[in-house]
Design a protein around this ligand. Structure first.
Ligand code: AMP
Length: 282
């Protein structure tokens, strides 16, 4: 059966009007667009669990650092709408920067501890932008469920904490990482990679898998697990490791030994392109 025509809105008031008529429960998938199967897996899960599925597409300037790729971030709204139509989303909200941050804007959401390590330490202010925009999306759409990917593991932890701390009546659902056949986690930023870099980028998942194997054979020393990853990445000529972490999956604090659930995560540069990936060890 053909999906009904997808609706798109830009302004917050218009969004609110359409939101009123959406059958409950409503699921929200926040994205920055340039959609791939990773995003669509969130839409599909939302469709299974909710009567209405809203997807937001907004490249949020406040989560990009001054040296980051805001202006070059890939965008293709027509293609995104086509994919969302095929996947069966009901409503796409595509606000402008003016809609989200009008003149005089000055209110921000900040977390204290969870944002300090990992991505937060490499990208100062990033999670302030993320927590703020997601709060605004939550308030505008008022979904019952919101879907995020494990690909951005620290973001998932931050949003869960924020939703709890600020009493959002929203269930935050974290979905598994969707990968290409060769293991590379799907990302809108993969488009930046040239052919050789794309090939080299398989080292992220290969190195995580090598550490998972060692863990499976009984390795519990977090330093050794980090070393397995860094050693493999350092042997890949086109890759430049920014960090590798083996942290407590709840607190994100760096571990000496893995005893409970651990998050093994990394960020690697290929030229100017920065990729992240992670696995859970338990
Ligand atoms: P983005 O457009 O990069 O902000 O991503 C929007 C949402 O899709 C976030 O919750 C991401 O974690 C999630 N996502 C991105 N890539 C993947 C992937 N490969 N697998 C699963 N979820 C993903």
């Amino acid at each position: 059966m053909k999906n009904p025509e997808i609706k798109t809105v830009q302004g917050i008031l218009e969004l609110r009007e359409l939101r009123k008529n959406l059958p409950a429960p409503v699921g929200l998938i926040p994205t920055m667009g340039y959609l791939h199967e990773g995003h669509l897996s969130l839409v599909k899960q939302a469709k299974e669990e909710c009567a209405s599925v809203v997807v937001s597409i907004f490249v949020n300037p406040s989560q990009f650092g001054p040296q980051e790729d805001l202006s070059s971030y890939p965008r293709d709204l027509q293609r995104d709408l086509q994919l969302l139509q095929e996947t069966g989303a009901d409503l796409v909200w595509n606000p402008t920067t003016e809609d989200m941050y009008p003149q005089g804007y000055q209110t921000w959401v900040e977390l204290e501890e969870l944002v300090k390590p990992l991505e937060g330490s490499m990208r100062p202010g990033h999670f302030k932008g993320v927590a703020t925009v997601v709060s605004k999306l939550f308030n505008a759409v008022q979904p019952m469920k919101a879907y995020f990917g494990q690909k951005d593991a620290q973001q998932a932890a931050v949003i869960k904490r924020m939703a709890q701390d600020l009493n959002f009546p929203i269930e935050v659902v974290i979905c598994p990482i969707v990968r290409a056949e060769d293991g590379l986690a799907l990302s809108s930023r993969n488009i930046y990679l040239d052919k050789n870099e794309r090939q080299a980028a398989t080292v992220l998942y290969r190195s995580l898998q090598a550490a998972r194997e060692a863990f499976g054979s009984g390795e519990r020393n977090a330093g050794n697990l980090r070393h397995i990853v860094s050693d493999m990445v350092n042997r890949e000529a086109l890759a430049k490791l920014q960090y590798v972490s083996c942290a407590d999956a709840e607190t994100l604090g760096e571990l000496e030994r893995v005893s409970a659930k651990a998050l093994l995560s990394m960020a690697v540069y290929f030229g100017k392109t920065r990729l992240i990936d992670n696995i859970i060890l338990e």
